[in-house]
Design a protein around this ligand. Sequence first.
Ligand code: DGY
Length: 325
Amino acid sequence: MKKIYVSAQYPGEAFERLRKEYRVQEFLGERLPTRAELLEGTAGSIAVISTVSDKIDKEFMDLLPDLKIVSNCGVGYENVDVAYATGRGVMVTNTPDVLTETTADLAWALMMSAARRVIEADAYVRRGDFKCWHPSLLLGQNIYGKTLGIFGMGRIGTAAARRAAGFGMRVIYNNRRRNVRAEKETGAVYADFPELLKESDFIIVSSPLNDETRGRFGLREFRQMKPSSIIVNVGRGPIIKERELAEALSARIICGAGLDVYESEPDVYPELLKLKNTVLLPHIGSASAETRIRMIEMAVESVELALGGETPKHLVNPEVLGQVG
Ligand code: DGY
């Protein structure tokens, strides 16, 4: 039987159908394979279901002469050398849409936790410090009626913007190009980047990582933001310069941050760990049980289609089709 490698353990029964025709080798457990384990484990595979943490590069692909598809279980795929895969005739797919609402929920969870100091307040109660109600206790700031700035008005940005209606917020956004559909759906108004920085009370970063977005937020940008503002990142870590964010937060250049992604995951810039005005999560944007199952089902479907000679629905390198026999 031909081999399919799955680099993580997933909930649900998504592999049952595949097992009828292929040998499915999963990397079981609560951690991901090391590089060496990944290279060894995938040996002989015709398909790999990867996570956004697996580096799928030239070295990886060169070890797999029969590889037909890399099905990345995640919407982001900057971990895959797509150009090299295309040159090699390897299809690359991702799992868009199914995680949009779940990730937008988490952006809001971060925003609300940072604004209302939820994590600090929880720790306060657990420490036994809650002795009496006090008018000055753990004062945060309102979300209702404020201005939400979205950096990256794609699917997740649009979903985050849609939620703002319930909070009576004004929504502005900055994006590579105007997103008229999102404007119609959410009432968001396009702003240039300096305007976004200046006007927003909250900024949600939900853009993909590319040459234009890498390092887009640093001290220079934080200085243009309101001192009361809060920045949330559910996009990709390297969009924000972490060291400069820590500096801006400790100097109160901005008020708070909520991060789900980091510059070099799983490492977090140590100064951020010391700050109270920062909510830090371990990249769980899409981590609801229902969504995780839908993601892996989508990743499996891409493998089935590719190996069955059909075009997977979420092919990120359609140029490859001319080369696949
Ligand atoms: C994604 O889908 O890209 C998430 O960040 C990880 O699953």
